[in-house]
Design a protein around this ligand. Structure first.
Ligand code: NAP
Length: 276
């Protein structure tokens, strides 16, 4: 029988996930499918009935459903609960389990781009305090980073993140960046600044140590203004496309039973679809 998987969202046409999973399905000659399905918020309960009936092995969940599916899953694992968002569903014997793979995607990307990066980092700055920041904060905590500053435009949201996720976190505003920068070995942009070429105002990246690593999870454009500025300063940079590719690995393995590789050909295929 053909194994079927999906990504649900509303709208969904922009999703690159069908291209990623389609690439792996043909690479491994698996008789399966992965399709983008537009599901409006009001249609979610009905879609979950289809899941429980066994139509799909599972799939991905994207905006605006990442929080709403919590109430519909039969089980949400502790990781997704801590992060506060589900991006992957696995159906097993009529039961739907929700998890979050953004955390593994972030780590997989940095591990393959800069092996051993975590041994160099004692202090990190996370820019943004939304859903992605939560996943990345948990990821950084898992690598034993000594101090993690979460800086957000709306400081209250950074305070909320820090009080809800236990760990070596400190909340601050974006205006605190220039003071904290000289002590940070890693900067992660998890905010939506960078999309469509937008840039941070008033952040002096020249204050970072020369060996600092700067990574952006925004991947369209691939080279965000933040990464371009960091490169001009001679800092090491890692773009966000690898995170998108690596977060897809655990889902594919759970649905189709094969652990796929993130290789150069796949990256090039997705890169060709991004903003210049
Ligand atoms: P979100 O929950 O909506 O959070 C957005 C964050 O961006 C908030 O911290 C928000 O600050 C900040 N922000 C938005 N506009 C801003 C502005 N003009 N100035 C300063 N800060 C601003 O979104 P999310 O789900 O965390 O996603 C954030 C970004 O990460 C998106 O671009 C998304 O595409 C990308 N992403 C990439 C991957 C990947 O695989 N590479 C995975 C997940 C997400 P306030 O709280 O002050 O509004």
């Amino acid at each position: 029988m053909t194994t079927k998987a999906f990504v649900i969202g509303h709208p969904i046409a922009h999703s690159r996930s069908p291209l990623i999973h389609g690439n792996w399905l043909s690479q491994h000659a698996i008789e399966g499918s992965y399709s983008a399905i537009d599901v409006a918020p009001a249609e979610l309960p009905e879609f979950f009935q289809r899941l429980r009936a066994g139509e799909f092995a599972g799939g991905n969940v994207t905006i605006p459903h990442k929080e709403a599916v919590f109430a519909l899953c039969d089980e949400v694992d502790p990781l997704a609960r801590t992060i506060g968002a589900v991006n992957t569903l696995v159906v097993d014997d009529g039961s739907v389990r929700g998890t979050n793979t953004d955390y593994l995607g972030f780590l997989g990307n940095l591990d393959s781009a800069v092996p051993g990066w975590d041994e160099e980092v004692n202090e990190a700055i996370v820019l943004g305090a939304g859903g992605a920041a939560r996943a990345i904060s948990v990821a950084l905590r898992s690598r034993g980073i000594g101090r993690i500053h979460v800086l957000n435009r709306t400081r209250d949201k950074a305070e909320a993140l820090v009080s809800e996720i236990e760990g070596p976190f400190r909340a601050a505003g974006l205006t605190d960046f220039n003071e904290l920068a000289p002590h940070a070995q890693l900067i992660v942009n998890t905010s939506s600044i960078g999309m469509h070429g937008t840039r941070f105002d008033g952040l002096d990246f020249g204050k970072l140590p020369g060996a600092a690593l700067v990574t952006d999870i925004v991947y369209s454009p691939l080279v965000t203004p933040l990464l371009a500025d960091a490169a001009v300063l001679g800092l090491r940079t890692v773009d966000g496309l690898g995170m998108l590719l690596h977060q897809a690995v655990p889902g594919f393995e759970a649905w189709f039973g094969v652990r796929p590789q993130v290789d150069k050909a796949l990256r090039a295929k997705i890169e060709a679809t991004l903003e210049g």
